[in-house]
Design a protein around this ligand. Sequence first.
Ligand code: ZN
Length: 164
Amino acid sequence: MATNRRRHEMALRRQCRELLRALDVRAPLDVEEFGRRFGEYRGRPVLFGAYDIPVPGPSAVTHVDPHADVVLYPAAAGQIRQTHCKIHELAHLVAGHPPELIRGIHLYRRTNFDSVEEWEAEVVASIILEWAMVCTAVSAAIGRPSFDGGRVERAFTLHRRGWL
Ligand SMILES: [Zn+2]
């Protein structure tokens, strides 16, 4: 079981690495820009919107529009919480989870974090955040406010050492 999860996590890491390269996402991470590029890449837009969340209620949901997936995050939350909500919802989409299924999980079974979908979303979200942290740290180390993460990755061959 643990080995299967490990293998599964490695496959998700590979998938995310390829996606981050394909989208040419750069540090510092802009989650909405990442969503926009991901939407273009898969051919279906990802939009973001703040909403007044009922309490108790879901932390975030993805609304399925005929032309786009709309990530709704709590308007009253702090910026860090909002960013986490956006990344979590995006991670579900990156993992290929049908938005209708995720919406059901978040709305009606929000405390069930044992589901495969929730586990995958958290793994994907942490991979994206790890990438952002490494890129930001390297950017600070070389004294540039923004840089091409892919170029630095290639220069240092970080991916071959397993940082992502
Ligand atoms: Zn979720």
